[in-house]
Design a protein around this ligand. Structure first.
Ligand SMILES: C[S@@+](CC[C@H](N)C(=O)[O-])C[C@H]1O[C@@H](n2cnc3c(N)ncnc32)[C@H](O)[C@@H]1O
Length: 278
């Protein structure tokens, strides 16, 4: 049976066999554990791919997806659509205060400060941090931010640094005035992050469940609001590999609803959802 979504778009029903295949696909590709009953979510996000590929059922789509080559565009499309990219500027603002008060304050002037926004989504987290770093360090300390995400579509958006103005309420006013350019003409209703900050913030597609490329060491890693999608084994593996690129005493921030309880890791809890490498 088909159902009609709020947008008036007809979504196809996902039968159990197809659901199982798609659940296994996204777990193998991204480590995301959909659980046993996200049929509606799968249907609403992927029905358009059925239409695009002129397939008449999720059974046919699941077979098409599973049999596609690793380099096939459909695989990346499905990953892009099955990930949840919800994010906004200055989300969970306490972390930005901790960053300033407990981390930046202790950073030596002669050392480049390096921060990784892992699972950066469309870049709002990385650019929020860039505003804090520029404001705090000025020209005294050199810094760089590395943002990464599994979704290629969302990484392209992050690189542009162009955002709709209706979701910028949390940006502190002085930062808004200093670091955000208001769009005009065809960009009316948009803001562009200052090119000076964009030049120090680069984005790459990166899958956290795969072995990490050589990234160097980081003073801080933000890994927020993504662990909730993984099972415990995957979570532990990811944290272990991220901890390996944190410098000694480096800091890891995770999302406020996430926890590393019960895991044997080279990290100690030093504040709410804030860990230090030991
Ligand atoms: C909800 S967003 C969180 C964005 C930001 N960190 C924040 O807190 O607002 C989660 C992001 O994790 C990404 N993600 C999911 N699985 C991933 C994986 N295996 N490797 C890298 N990124 C992944 C998704 O594409 C999505 O953009």
């Amino acid at each position: 049976m088909n159902s009609v979504t709020a947008s008036g778009f007809k979504s196809e029903e996902v039968a159990e066999k197809a659901y199982k295949a798609i659940r296994e696909f996204i777990y193998a590709e991204a480590g995301i554990d959909l659980g046993p009953s996200k049929h509606m979510l799968v249907s609403s996000r992927l029905t358009k791919r059925l239409r695009h590929n002129k397939l008449d059922s999720f059974d046919a789509y699941a077979e098409f997806l599973i049999n596609s080559k690793p380099s096939d565009i459909e695989r990346q499309m499905a990953i892009d659509l099955l990930t949840t990219n919800e994010t906004y500027f200055f989300r969970e603002p306490e972390h930005f205060e901790t960053l300033k008060k407990d981390v930046l304050v202790n950073h030596p002037k002669d050392k480049r400060f390096r921060l990784w926004s892992a699972a950066s989504s469309s870049g709002e987290e990385a650019y929020s941090i860039a505003m804090v770093l520029d404001d705090y360090f000025g020209d005294r300390v050199s810094w760089e931010i590395f943002g990464s995400d599994i979704s290629s579509r969302i990484i392209q958006k992050a690189r542009k640094g162009l955002y709709q103005c209706h979701r910028i309420d949390a940006i502190p006013r002085p930062y808004l005035q200093r670091y955000c350019l208001k769009g005009k003409g065809e960009y009316d209703g948009f803001l562009l992050v200052d090119p000076k900050l964009r030049a120090k913030t680069r984005f790459t597609e990166l899958n956290l469940i795969k072995p990490l490329p050589d990234l160097g060491r980081f003073d801080v890693v933000f890994l927020r609001n993504v662990l909730i999608y993984f099972d415990n084994d995957t979570k532990e593996k990811i944290i272990r590999s991220l901890a390996s690129v944190l410098r000694q005493d480096g800091i890891l921030f995770i999302g406020h609803s996430e926890s590393l309880k019960g895991m044997d890791l080279p990290l100690k809890l030093i504040g709410p959802t804030t860990y230090q490498k030991v």
